[in-house]
Design a binder for this molecule. Structure first.
Ligand code: AMP
Ligand code: MG
Length: 370
């Protein structure tokens, strides 16, 4: 397969070898002051790009985010990006009463614009490209299982069947020229939770580039963008969380070497509840209405688009290993690589990234084209 020159990594904690101490220092500083503009003590020997950095921590979209930029405009870049993240959070949330998505779901408006329109349009396209495994119309089911409120419950089969009849992207019509959205029935609702952070990472990367930032890290929960390369020109090394130790941010399953790439992870460990010894995760299979349960613990997608990578990671998780591998083999409209970790701890990687991924847990099995 064509190898991606752009790569990524995951998650709550990125370990960036070499620069990790610098970033750690930034984070400590941020916790005291909110934001930092930092100069290295040996800056006299370094270029401006190497000596100036800024880090900002943001809590938005229900997750902790860390933005780090290197370069003369680093502070302006992270300031503008954090403002945009709060805006995106307010606009794309399904639960914030002032959001466009909330207004649609509660029939307060049938219009979307700006980011909400862009996300809806991308969602319709990506649902169709992922055999509807990514489907923002599953929201009534997400609610029935109690994920937005964390009041978890197991709906009856009857309730699930009834709710399934109010889902399906074919029930959403979107007129992009007017911004008008029409739902097939009164109970349909949408949720951008599986794509909003990926879209946000694209927005932040664009803001960084507009400030001439050629080296930066954007970590939005399980979504990471490694912008450019490290200031010394070498690849970023980003860790992928070990899904079997979700509460230990230092437990990683492997490291991806990458530059200019988005690495986005979906996994059952990110949100779930357990009842009678069985785990129910937050990713719903749109064809059954039940949480996906096919032996995967996590899927990490590596691509050149945050929006596509986010929709894909959710869709591949729903597909499960075999179907997702076949989907990757046949995919021509979407270019990506992926790392699959099973509940048994086995690791599978598509051949395009096999040479740039090292695991500390298990020897990865390579998924090849043929
Ligand atoms: P992610 O972590 O990107 O895989 O997104 C998971 C979130 O997206 C869930 O918490 C739900 O809000 C929503 N969701 C669940 N299942 C799906 C699905 N099959 N397609 C789209 N969104 C989903
Ligand atoms: Mg997703």
């Amino acid at each position: 397969m064509e190898k991606f020159s752009e790569r990524f990594s995951d998650r709550r904690l990125c370990r960036i070898s070499g620069l990790f101490p610098v970033i750690l220092i930034c984070l400590l500083f941020v916790s005291l002051c909110g934001c930092s503009m930092q100069s290295d003590s040996s800056s006299s020997e370094k270029t401006p790009e190497e000596s100036e950095s800024a880090t900002r921590e943001v809590y938005a979209m229900d997750t902790y985010m860390t933005l780090t930029a290197y370069g003369a405009s680093a502070d302006d870049a992270v300031s503008e990006a954090s403002r945009r993240l709060y805006e995106l959070d307010a606009e794309l949330s399904a639960t914030d009463e002032s959001s466009q998505i909330y207004a649609l779901n509660n029939r307060l408006s049938d219009q979307v614009s700006g980011d909400a329109a862009a996300v809806l349009s991308a969602s319709i396209r990506l649902s169709s490209l992922t055999e509807h495994c990514f489907d923002i119309s599953v929201y009534p089911l997400v609610c029935a299982w109690g994920f937005p409120t964390r009041e978890y419950r197991i709906p009856s089969g009857e309730e699930i069947n009834s709710l399934l009849s109010h889902t399906g992207m074919e029930g959403i019509s979107f007129d992009e020229s007017t911004g008008t959205v029409t739902f097939a029935d009164d109970q349909m609702m949408i949720d951008a939770g599986a794509i909003a952070k990926g879209y946000a990472s694209d927005v932040v990367a664009d803001i960084f580039r507009s400030h001439d930032i050629t080296s930066g890290l954007i970590s939005l929960g399980g979504n990471v963008c490694a912008l450019g390369s490290k200031t010394d020109g070498s690849d970023w090394n980003v860790a992928i969380q070990d899904p079997s130790s979700p509460s230990d941010p230092n437990a990683y399953a492997g490291i991806v070497s990458c530059s200019d790439a988005f690495l986005i992870t979906s996994g059952s460990y990110q949100r779930y509840f357990t009842e009678d010894g069985k785990r129910y995760c937050h990713i719903i299979d749109p064809s059954t209405g039940y949480p996906a349960d096919n032996g995967l613990a996590s899927v990490t997608v590596i691509s050149s688009s945050g929006t596509e990578g986010d929709a894909l990671s959710t869709a591949l998780y729903v597909m499960g290993l075999e179907r997702a591998s076949e989907f990757w083999r046949n995919s021509t409209d979407l270019r990506f690589d992926a790392i699959f970790i099973t509940e048994e701890g086995k690791i599978y990687v598509t051949e395009g990234i096999a040479g740039d991924f090292e695991s500390s847990l298990a020897e990865p099995e390579v998924i090849s084209r043929s």
